[in-house]
Design a protein. Structure first.
Ligand SMILES: Nc1ncnc2c1ncn2[C@@H]1O[C@H](COP(=O)(O)OP(=O)(O)OP(=O)(O)O)[C@@H](O)[C@H]1O
Ligand SMILES: Cc1ncc(C[n+]2csc(CCO)c2C)c(N)n1
Length: 309
């Protein structure tokens, strides 16, 4: 039976046994080297956590104009020189010459890809896969030069390499945080959502997550997911949440630990039934069991988050 259950402000329960567990406290502090921070082209608005995030992620990549934003985030050359990405990639129509020259002179690998059938965001993900899963790719880059585009076809060489290599890879999970994927241009924002769903199907090794100045956004896979957090973290950092069926109509089989828990709940944008402005009331856990992947947004207080990551 379809149900909505309104809970008290705090709920204590034994966590269900679940193979997919997310620790919110640790979510932005991956404990292994297979992690990447990708900066897209909008102003960096997560100032209070930016430097910590940079330190927490192993690989740093800017998509085209994302490099301008990294450069402009710092007002002094000395600081800029400490936060130098590993790669810049894209059609290079947005990066300013001053920025390009600065990062080239600091040893950044800048790859031009002029292909107009995929975005700089997608090109960045393909590059990051090649970086982690094709060791010879890194050797190729170190033996060639920017002027020759490192021997990579500058139309869609990265996509071609990635497509050819992908079937042979034995992959490991990559924790991937993307800044500036949401807000600003609406078509780009929707593209970022498309990328969440696409990546979960074609490159499920990516654990993609978007951070904005107000929210953290991720895809909850079909089946059960247990989100755990400390009482302190919940009290200081977590506010509203949304379980958003952006990939199409689906059923939330059950939730446990939300202010408004649901059971066999048919959710869709067309039907006008979407769980927004919900919140976590589970003392240490929140559990979801969903039929198809759903977007989960969690409102976070960034100024407090900095103490936890
Ligand atoms: N206003 C925006 N809002 C959200 N995302 C953005 C916005 N602008 C750019 N992005 C993201 O940053 C990436 C790099 O953007 P940039 O402006 O440098 O290149 P672009 O040529 O305009 O974008 P693309 O070629 O990918 O369409 C884009 O692929 C996109 O994912
Ligand atoms: C049906 C269709 N719609 C839009 C574009 C345009 N486009 C999509 S990604 C991209 C890259 C920008 O760097 C551009 C221009 C296309 N090719 N095909």
């Amino acid at each position: 039976m379809e149900q909505v259950i309104e809970n008290p402000e705090s709920l204590k329960f034994e966590p269900p046994v679940c193979s997919h567990v997310l620790n919110l406290n640790k979510f932005l502090s991956p404990d292994h080297k297979d992690s990447a921070l990708l900066i897209l082209n909008q102003k960096i608005t997560v100032e209070c956590v930016f430097e910590k995030l940079w330190a927490n992620y192993n690989l740093h990549v800017c998509a085209d104009g994302g490099a301008n934003q990294l450069y402009e985030h710092f007002h002094e050359e000395e600081l800029r020189s400490k936060y130098v990405p590993d790669y810049i990639i894209g059609d290079l129509d947005s990066i300013r010459d001053e920025v390009l020259n600065f990062y080239l002179s600091h040893g950044v690998i800048v790859i031009s890809q002029s292909w107009q059938y995929s975005t700089d965001f997608t090109k960045s993900l393909q590059l990051i896969s090649l970086h982690f899963f094709k060791p010879e790719f890194r050797e190729l880059l170190s033996s060639e030069r920017f002027e020759q585009n490192y021997g990579i076809d500058d139309c869609h060489g990265i996509e071609t390499l990635y497509t050819a290599e992908r079937p042979n890879w034995s992959t490991r999970d990559i924790d991937m945080l993307v800044l500036n994927a949401i807000d600003g241009r609406f078509d780009q924002t929707v593209h970022s959502i498309t990328q969440l769903y696409m990546t979960s199907r074609t490159d499920a090794y990516y654990k993609l997550c978007y951070l904005t100045s107000t929210d953290i956004i991720m895809l909850i896979p079909s089946g059960g997911t247990l989100i755990k957090y400390s009482k302190d973290f919940k009290q200081h950092c977590v506010k509203n949440c949304g379980l958003l069926p952006l990939g199409g109509p689906t059923v939330i089989k059950s939730t446990k630990g939300l202010k408004w828990d649901v059971c066999n709940w048919h959710t869709s944008i067309m039907g006008g039934k979407v769980s927004s402005s919900n919140r976590f009331v589970g003392e240490s856990y929140c559990y979801f069991d969903v039929e198809d992947p759903l977007v989960l947004s969690i409102e976070l207080t960034l100024s407090r988050l900095v103490e936890f990551i």
